[in-house]
Design a protein around this ligand. Structure first.
Ligand code: AMP
Length: 496
């Protein structure tokens, strides 16, 4: 086998790779099952030749075996989001030009409808697998491996394409910096259609020959029970998850709190990322767990770029310094390097930076300047450490670790029969980072409650994109040019 992301598994054949619902699967199981799924995918061909294969499978062994199978058969993996309603799934399937869909039976109805409409084959994970493994193709590292959809400031989400080489570089950078070994045991509670869960947790664990224990959904009590077992070495989550774990700890009895805290202390590292970690959350978590969370900064397009140090001092509110293999610079509006202490846009160059936005060369070109990827985030360096100041565009909202486009949500809301105009903004919130809030102008004589709007929107938008607060206004605040002034919309939600 020639796929460096998978080859290390050969050395650990008898070792446990994945544990789900108390079932353990070895690296040997993963190699065997993924080989058989790959054989089924190939049918009579020798190589999928970068065909896109979409899969909708809850986090667990079948998810991992399918992702590996797609790679081993020479395809590009397009993971779908389990919480997405049909229009969002359909968008990803159409935009990435998928030629095969794989689904867990629980998603059969939705995906069967899409597959029939688009005349695509649908394979269910419950179908019998071939009982042999065929000769699998040689897959060049420069080939595309993964497409992850991410929101931008304009239009619909874009497909971020990474090659096997990019992924390997992202993974080796992190496993080096955070000193992963085959003795590690991590609990994954993150969704597996997003870089954080797929790369930082799952792929790093498998690369290191470690154990990845997977819960298909997040439940604070169940996660605490698992932490209480005291055998995990690593944990990674978004700030919203830490807030939920803190609440559950606070609601526990003193006796249980002690066991919970002891479980955390057994770990060697706890990481936070994908959104800003409020200092008060960091401090509270430290008092509960004894861990000063290691905060890092990254993005779907670049992998991880900045990280606090594993061994040296970490600073609250800072994301540390560039990771191995990663170059970071800060520039002003004219593209000039800024001096230490002056804010600038974060630009990144590394072998882990993505290849392209899928079939969107204009967007890809716009995203780079002289070979540097322009993140659209601003930061400042103080005492040698980077501090993230936020997004340059108010139209990108980070809620619960998910990046969502205000414009995309507005487009959907405008189709509501009672809404005449709307403006969607992110409002700062300790639990969610930002909350999705919408100011609405209704059509004459109409009324609308948050509850009914949410029920309606669930048919078209992922739950995390749906506004959790609305304000009905006579008109939206606008500037002299007639453009909606988003900072003023934010103020509407902040005034008492
Ligand atoms: P995604 O591509 O969904 O991972 O989102 C990437 C974006 O999340 C970045 O461009 C930042 O805006 C934000 N982000 C990631 N990590 C951090 C962090 N540690 N602090 C603040 N923002 C972050």
């Amino acid at each position: 086998m020639n796929l460096p992301l998978i080859t290390p598994a050969e050395q650990h054949r008898n070792k446990i790779a994945i544990v789900t619902d108390n079932k353990a699967f070895t690296y040997g199981d993963l190699l065997d099952i993924s080989g058989r799924i790959a054989t089924g995918l190939l049918k009579d061909t020798e190589d999928l030749q970068q065909q896109r294969v979409a899969f909708l499978i809850p986090p667990g062994f079948e998810y991992v075996a399918t992702q590996w199978a797609i790679w081993r058969a020479g395809g590009i993996a397009v993971p779908l989001c389990v919480s997405h309603p049909r229009p969002e799934l359909e968008y990803v399937i159409t935009n990435s030009g998928v030629s095969i869909i794989i689904a867990h039976p629980q998603f059969k109805d939705t995906l069967q409808a899409i597959a029939t409409d688009k005349n695509l084959p649908l394979i269910l994970t419950s179908e019998t697998l071939p009982n042999h493994v065929t000769i699998l193709p040689n897959v060049d590292m420069k080939r595309r491996a993964l497409i992850l959809y991410t929101s931008g400031t304009t239009g619909k989400p874009k497909g971020v394409v990474t090659t096997h080489e990019h992924i390997q570089s992202q993974v080796t950078s992190l496993t080096t910096a955070w000193e992963w070994t085959s003795n590690d045991r991590i609990l994954n509670i993150l969704p597996l259609h997003h870089i954080h869960g797929i790369i930082n947790v799952l792929t790093c664990a498998l690369w290191a020959g470690a154990e990845c224990h997977i819960f298909s959904t997040f439940d604070a009590e169940i996660v605490w029970n698992r932490i209480c077992d005291g055998d995990l070495t690593l944990f990674m989550a978004v700030p919203t998850i830490y807030v939920k774990l803190i609440t559950a700890w606070e609601n526990a009895t003193q006796e249980r709190q002690k066991i919970m805290s002891a479980g955390c202390k057994k770990m060697r590292l706890m990481v936070s990322g994908s959104a800003a970690l409020p200092v008060q959350v960091l401090e509270k978590w430290q008092s509960i767990s004894g861990h000063f969370l290691l905060e890092r900064y990254g993005m779907t397009e670049i992998g991880m770029a900045l990280s606090n140090s594993l061994h040296s001092q970490r600073y609250a509110g800072y994301v540390g310094q560039p990771l191995p293999q990663v170059e970071v610079r800060l520039v002003d509006e004219r593209g000039e390097l800024v001096s230490s202490g002056t804010p600038g846009e974060i630009q990144v160059k590394s072998p882990g930076v993505f290849l392209e936005y899928w079939q969107n060369p204009q967007a890809t070109e716009k995203a780079f300047k002289d070979g540097w990827f322009c993140t659209g985030d601003t930061a400042v360096v103080e005492n040698g450490n980077y501090r993230i100041l936020g997004r340059m565009s108010v139209d990108i909202i980070k809620t619960g670790g998910y990046k969502v486009s205000a414009l995309e949500i507005e487009e959907v809301l405008r189709n509501h029969p009672d809404i005449q105009e709307c403006a969607v903004v992110g409002v700062t919130d300790v639990e969610w980072g930002q909350r999705v809030c919408a100011a609405l102008v209704l059509l004459p004589q109409r009324q609308l409650t948050l509850e009914s709007l949410r029920i309606w929107a669930k048919q078209q938008l992922a739950v995390y994109k749906i506004p959790t607060r609305i304000i009905i206004v006579e008109e939206l605040p606008r500037n002299a040019m007639g453009k909606v002034t988003k900072p003023q919309v934010v103020e509407l939600f902040c005034s008492p």
